[in-house]
Design a protein around this ligand. Sequence first.
Ligand SMILES: Cc1cc2nc3c(=O)[nH]c(=O)nc-3n(C[C@H](O)[C@H](O)[C@H](O)COP(=O)(O)OP(=O)(O)OC[C@H]3O[C@@H](n4cnc5c(N)ncnc54)[C@H](O)[C@@H]3O)c2cc1C
Length: 399
Amino acid sequence: MSDSVVIVGGGLGASRLAENLRGNQFAAPITILSAEEYLPYDRPPLSKVTLTDDAARVDLKPAEFYIDADIDVRLGARVVSVDTADRHVVVETLDGERSPVPYGTLVLATGLRPRTFPGEGGDLAGVHVIRTFDDAVALREEIGGARTAVVIGAGFIGCEAAASLIKRGLDVSVVEPAPTPLAAALGPVIGQFVARLHTEAGVKMTTGVGVTRLLGTDGRVSAAELDDGTVLETDLVVVGIGGYPDLTYLDGSDIELADRATGGGIACDHLGHTSAPNVFAIGDAANWADAHGDRHRVEHWNHTVEQAVTVAAEIEEHALPAPTVPYFWSDQYDLKVQLLGSPRPDDEVHVVDDDGRKFLAYYSRDGILTGVVGAGRVGKLMKTRPHLLTETPIADLLG
Ligand SMILES: Cc1cc2nc3c(=O)[nH]c(=O)nc-3n(C[C@H](O)[C@H](O)[C@H](O)COP(=O)(O)OP(=O)(O)OC[C@H]3O[C@@H](n4cnc5c(N)ncnc54)[C@H](O)[C@@H]3O)c2cc1C
């Protein structure tokens, strides 16, 4: 058992890992080093209720939890380097002071940085990303004074932002270079179903076209120019084009990074061990191997929570949890869009329920069920979970 656990990062992974360790009676010191000035908070609400409700709460645990559980949370403490030979990290505080923090076991849970608009105009006022609580509040504060918004990118965060902005009464355009929203995650057939939800709600969905530049007036965004020459006048822009793990703090350490082709991030085995002894990684920044040795970097809430359970068990030398089915959800309008399993976008799609808005569909590859996706079909979708724990022929479900 470890003599002390230091967790780098102050989000979902960090909080859940500390909670799991203490929940299992782990008695050694636990320190969370977080670059943020807030206690660990939840990110899913940031593109949803935080944009529509001023009173929405996002904290994962109240301050008393960390005090009662004797978890030392240091805020405004950014880790700038890791020395695995001497087993310490160097922390930089907000006033620029640097000091070493020794560790027995180190867990890296540093999440992602959002990609900003790479073209001209990306730095204009009124252009927003949504990764942190401050990002979401900055956007929310501008929605009241705006009439129109352009959302760049129809991934999950772009789609959720569009739904929230429409709810706040804005005239919303989404611009996405792929043929449908969510095409990379769910494939084009289900992407069309998601597009339908948005157009029905009044969103102007423009696909197959990118944004070339953002135009401004007096330093503030006023329009987005698309690569087909269209100019969309707008008061606000939300950039939802993904994120990347910022791992500059690992420069010079011997902790291996994963190949970009597999999503990059910190290379880990199937239990979260990195290449350095007593160093683990979890969450959006971690790239775990699966049972077949294939690598994946996954940016889903549930995935992070399950990795925290696994790494807590590894640190405590406890039995590992039973395997689970990958799960993701996204709230858009009044519907929960959910995905079980790990389908590829080019898997065969079998739509088994479609009422023109809500739907349920199976994915298969080589005749075997690989995933289930639904919108507004929570009960039916969850009932399929056992079929994804074993190799289920798709014919068994369709027959
Ligand atoms: C707007 C939004 C909506 C989402 N909605 C959903 C959803 O509906 N469903 C779903 O399944 N998932 C959703 N997700 C994804 C989910 O929130 C993430 O998978 C989860 O937060 C990952 O947890 P993490 O601990 O890896 O990273 P994070 O929660 O991002 O935490 C990382 C922390 O590390 C800190 N940090 C970074 N570098 C350093 C450093 N060098 N030193 C110290 N601290 C550092 C950061 O400041 C941050 O506090 C959403 C994400 C976002 C941004």
